[in-house]
Design a protein around this ligand. Structure first.
Ligand code: BYC
Length: 309
C-alpha cells in the first residue's frame, strides 16, 4: 500500500479537486482508505446478509415464474457482495478480515435486513422499497471518488433496476388481487416503509461521516437529500397501485414540490444497527453456520489453485 508523503497527499487533493477517480495504486491518506474500507465492506455485508430474508421464500414462491425471478435476484445480490468485497480488497484488507469483522459484530450491515420477511408481499416490498432505496443511493455512488467502488456501482445499478421492478410488480399484482392479497400488500408496506427510509442513514445533523465524505467526494449527496428523492418517487408509485403510505403526516408541499413526512423513530434505528433488532442474532448465526459449512469448498479451491496455478 503506498504511503502518503506530503507531496503524495497534495497529488491526492489535486485529483479530488479535479474530480478524477482515485485508483488503488494512487497514494491516499490513511483516513480516506479507512473510510472507504468501512463503507464498502458494510455495503458488501449488506448485499450478502440481504440474501437471507429473500432466500427464505424461494421454496414458497407462488409460481415457477416467481421462483425463477427471485432466484436470479438473490444470485445477483450475491454477485454484488463479491464485486464489493473485491473493491474493498484493493484497499489492502483481506476478505477473511472483513468476514471476521462481520461475524464478530464489529462491522455493520444495513439496518433493513434485521426485519423479518413474513409473507410473500414482503418479497414485493423488499424489491420495491429496499432495492428502490438502494438504487437512489447507488446512482449517486456511481460518481464516488474511488474508481473500483464507482465502477462496481455502475453494474450493480443496472441489476438493481430489474430488482425494483420485480418487487413493484408483485405489489401491483397483490394490490389488484383479492381483498386478502390487497391487505397483505398494505401490511407489508406498513412494516417496511419506515425502516426503508432509515436505510439512508441518520438525519444530516446527526451524521458522523457526511462532512468528510463530501470533502473527499465519496458522497455526492446527503442522507436527507437522498431520502427525500426516494420519498418523492415512491409516494407516487404507491398511489398508482392504490396503496397508502403509512404516515398520517404525509403531505405534498406545493411550494417546495416535495412530500413532507412525519418523524422517524431514530431510537429504533440505533437499537437495530447496534445489534438489537428483531433478526440480528438469526442473521449472524446463519452466516456463521453457512460459512463454516462452506469451509471445505474454500479449502479445496485453495488447494487446487496452489497445485495447478
Ligand atoms: N444501516 O455518518 P453516517 C441492497 C451507520 S444492500 C446500518 O451518516 P455514512 C440489497 C453508519 O455506518 C445495499 N448502519 O454514515 C441487498 C455510521 O456508523 P459507523 C445497501 C447505518 O457512511 C439484498 C453511523 O450510522 N446499501 O441493496 O456517511 C436484497 C452514522 O451514519 C445505516 C449500502 O450499504 C444503515 N442504514 O452514511 C435487497 C450503501 N446508515 O460506520 C437489496 C452504502 C448509517 O461509524 N453505504 N449507518 O459505525 C452508504 O452509502 C453510507 O454508508 C450510508 C451511511 C448512507 C448507509
Amino acid at each position: 500500500m503506498p504511503t502518503a508523503t506530503t507531496a503524495a497527499v497534495d497529488l491526492f487533493t489535486e485529483k479530488i479537486g479535479r474530480g478524477e477517480n482515485i485508483e488503488p495504486r494512487d497514494p491516499m491518506p490513511e483516513e480516506y482508505r479507512r473510510h472507504l474500507i468501512r463503507q464498502i465492506s458494510q455495503h458488501a455485508h449488506s448485499e450478502i446478509i440481504g440474501m437471507q430474508p429473500e432466500g427464505n421464500w424461494i421454496t414458497r414462491a407462488p409460481s415457477l415464474r416467481a421462483k425463477m425471478i427471485l432466484l436470479a435476484k438473490i444470485q445477483d445480490e450475491g454477485g454484488h457482495g463479491l464485486y464489493l468485497y473485491s473493491a474493498a480488497e484493493t484497499l489492502g484488507i483481506s476478505r477473511d478480515e472483513m468476514i471476521a469483522q462481520l461475524q464478530s459484530g464489529k462491522a455493520r450491515y444495513s439496518n433493513i435486513f434485521n426485519y423479518p420477511a413474513l409473507t410473500w408481499a414482503d418479497i414485493g416490498a423488499i424489491g420495491w422499497l429496499v432495492d428502490g432505496a438502494a438504487i437512489v443511493n447507488q446512482v449517486m455512488l456511481q460518481r464516488t471518488s474511488y474508481g473500483p467502488y464507482a465502477r462496481a456501482m455502475v453494474r450493480i445499478c443496472k441489476e438493481e433496476s430489474f430488482h425494483q421492478r420485480q418487487g413493484y410488480e408483485i405489489m401491483a399484482k397483490m394490490a389488484a388481487g383479492t381483498p386478502e392479497q390487497r391487505e397483505m400488500a398494505q401490511d407489508a408496506l406498513n412494516r417496511w416503509w419506515a425502516p426503508a427510509l432509515m436505510m439512508f442513514g441518520p438525519p444530516d445533523k446527526d451524521s458522523l461521516h457526511t462532512k468528510q465524505a463530501f470533502q473527499w467526494k465519496i458522497k455526492r449527496e446527503s442522507n436527507d437529500a437522498l431520502r427525500q428523492k426516494f420519498i418523492d418517487k415512491t409516494v407516487q408509485q404507491a398511489e398508482v397501485i392504490g396503496l397508502k403510505i403509512p404516515d398520517p403526516e404525509l403531505r405534498f408541499n406545493e411550494e417546495t414540490g416535495h412530500y413532507e413526512t412525519g418523524p422517524l423513530n431514530w431510537e429504533e434505528f440505533h437499537r437495530v444497527i447496534n445489534g438489537d433488532g428483531p433478526c440480528n442474532r438469526q442473521r449472524l448465526e446463519h452466516h456463521i453456520r453457512v460459512h463454516e459449512d462452506g469451509r471445505w469448498v474454500r479449502e479445496a479451491a485453495a488447494a487446487y489453485n496452489q497445485k495447478f496455478n
